[in-house]
Design a protein around this ligand. Structure first.
Ligand code: R5P
Length: 310
């Protein structure tokens, strides 16, 4: 078994390699003057079970292209099996046609990864579970819930906690967390009563004097979270914390979060946090290295991955 790491998340790569107690595979990624990517695998991988870690996070297209070229180089080097380990699968939000004459880019990206030569995919909290079906190769979608629920139990007394889905679309995900920590569930229902009128936030469920834990897959601009936090506190919540798997944190999100009423935003390192993010007083980062490491070692040993979540 060999473990290679692209440039999107070297810290997570280092932590996974340490957890698995294996050296990282040697590969060089170069850029030509016109920014074309060139990859050189610097050790023998013939007949090996190879794992390549790369989140397709910002700069998304560069990281995606680097992943595709690494897979191609490994395939041409006669690796026996190539698993693309993609903790954050960019383009996942483009999983359907939002209107006529628009693409389904998540499917296109799945085709590219398969076409490059990946034999399996290992990913985490896909924006929509059905994206697994966009791949015609085995795809394991891991869940950050065990890591997150451990952290919640260490920081909160769960009798006073309510897990809150920040929108109706996230209810299934939030319910799974609520079930795991044996807490109540609430939902923020955003509604625009008439075109041109501002959105009304209705809260479904009892959150009075509760510690609300917003749970979602992605924080991008932070708008969804900050608006939900305002609405929950306005309706009598005691505190609002957000647990989010993927900290995209673009478009002014960091200052929006630091100035918000959120007690804390807890994200994972599926996307490598910037120095700026690490310095924000109310943002904390959980490591998913052991979760991904366990999934890799089970895949290599042909053992069950789903039993990680029992
Ligand atoms: C949307 O369906 C996702 O689950 C997130 O709620 C969304 O991407 C968050 O975006 P933002 O932080 O920009 O509000």
């Amino acid at each position: 078994m060999k473990f290679f790491c692209g440039n999107s998340n070297p810290c997570l790569g280092h932590d996974i390699a340490s957890y698995l107690n294996i050296p990282q595979g040697k590969a060089e990624v170069h850029r030509f003057a016109d920014q074309e990517i060139f990859v050189e695998i610097q050790e023998n991988v013939r007949g090996q079970d190879v794992f390549v870690l790369q989140s397709t996070s910002y700069p998304t297209n560069d990281h995606l292209m680097e992943l595709l070229i690494m897979i191609d180089a490994l395939r041409r080097s006669s690796a026996r099996r190539i698993t693309a380990v993609i903790p954050y699968f960019g383009y996942a939000r483009q999983d359907r046609k939002p209107g006529p004459r628009t693409p389904i880019s998540a499917k296109l990206v799945a085709n590219l990864i398969t076409g490059a030569g990946a034999n399996r995919v290992l990913t985490l909290d896909l924006h929509a579970g059905q994206i697994q079906g966009f791949f015609d190769i085995p795809t394991d979608n891991l869940y950050a819930v065990p890591v997150i629920s451990r952290d919640i139990k260490a920081h909160y007394s769960t009798e006073n906690v309510v897990v809150v889905s920040p929108d109706v679309g996230g209810v299934v995900r939030a319910r799974a967390l609520a079930k795991r920590i044996e807490s109540l569930l609430a939902i923020v229902d955003k509604r625009r009563e008439k075109p041109g009128e501002s959105e009304v936030m209705n809260i479904i469920g009892d959150i009075t004097d509760k510690d609300c834990l917003l749970f979602d897959d992605i924080v991008d601009s932070g708008g969804t979270l900050c608006n939900a936090a305002e609405a929950l506190l306005g309706k009598g919540a005691r505190s609002v914390t957000a647990y989010i798997t993927h900290g995209v944190l673009a478009r002014g999100a960091v200052s929006r979060i630091s100035e918000s009423k959120l007690k804390e935003l807890v994200i994972t390192d599926s996307i490598q946090p910037t120095v700026n993010i690490k310095q924000v007083h109310n943002i904390r980062i959980l490591s998913i290295a052991s979760l991904i490491g366990d999934a890799i070692s089970r895949t290599a040993a042909e053992q069950s991955v789903s039993s990680l979540f029992d």
